[in-house]
Design a protein around this ligand. Structure first.
Ligand code: HEC
Length: 156
């Protein structure tokens, strides 16, 4: 009986010790969790900045020659469909920008030239919130026409 009592006592004091250790570990753990979470949000933030197309899509050749006709056709669709976000000259200042509090890509940015036609085509086809996917809304030729038109934006 006494033996049992001693066992209970030592279990209790062990529990007290453990809860103190866990209390301490809890704060360390909370700190670590916080550090990890803020670290991963920062990483997610920088990932979100760069929207990359899969390599095979980027490698796709543009089958539509960049003729005046193609560029004019692209401009027509752009004015109707894309300008509200990307802006008249591709400066990402269309009327929807303030209204929806979104940040469209600046299509007038010369760094767009580092992206192959296939990558732009894939992005127009696939979309990325809040940008809609145009794969079903616009014909393939129209999407290539858009690529050809977008290419002229840095010159405006
Ligand atoms: C509702 C607003 C909206 C509309 C409409 C819209 N876009 Fe976008 N677009 C965006 C946003 C926002 C991004 C940036 C996405 C990201 O990187 O997170 C973007 C990105 C892009 C990119 C990628 C640029 C880069 O740097 O890689 C291209 C190309 C593009 N849009 C073309 C178009 C075309 C062409 C149309 C019309 C057919 C269009 N967009 C319509 C909002 C829009």
């Amino acid at each position: 009986m006494l033996q049992h009592y001693n066992n209970v006592m030592s279990t209790q004091s062990n529990l007290v010790k453990c809860s103190r250790i866990y209390g301490l570990m809890g704060s360390v753990f909370a700190l670590l969790t916080f550090a990890c979470l803020s670290g991963s949000t920062a990483a997610a933030g920088s990932l979100a900045e760069k929207w990359l197309s899969p390599a095979p899509s980027a490698a796709k050749k543009n089958p539509v020659a960049s003729t005046q006709n193609s560029i004019a056709a692209g401009q027509k669709i752009y004015s109707k469909t894309c300008m509200m976000c990307h802006g008249k000259t591709g400066d990402a200042d269309g009327p929807a920008v303030i209204e929806l509090n979104i940040h469209p890509a600046k299509l007038s940015d010369p760094q767009l030239n580092t992206e192959p036609d296939g990558a732009l085509f894939w992005k127009i086809t696939t979309g990325k919130k809040p940008m809609p996917a145009y794969g079903k809304r616009l014909s393939e030729t129209d999407r290539w026409n858009l690529v050809n038109y977008i290419r002229t934006l840095p010159q405006h």
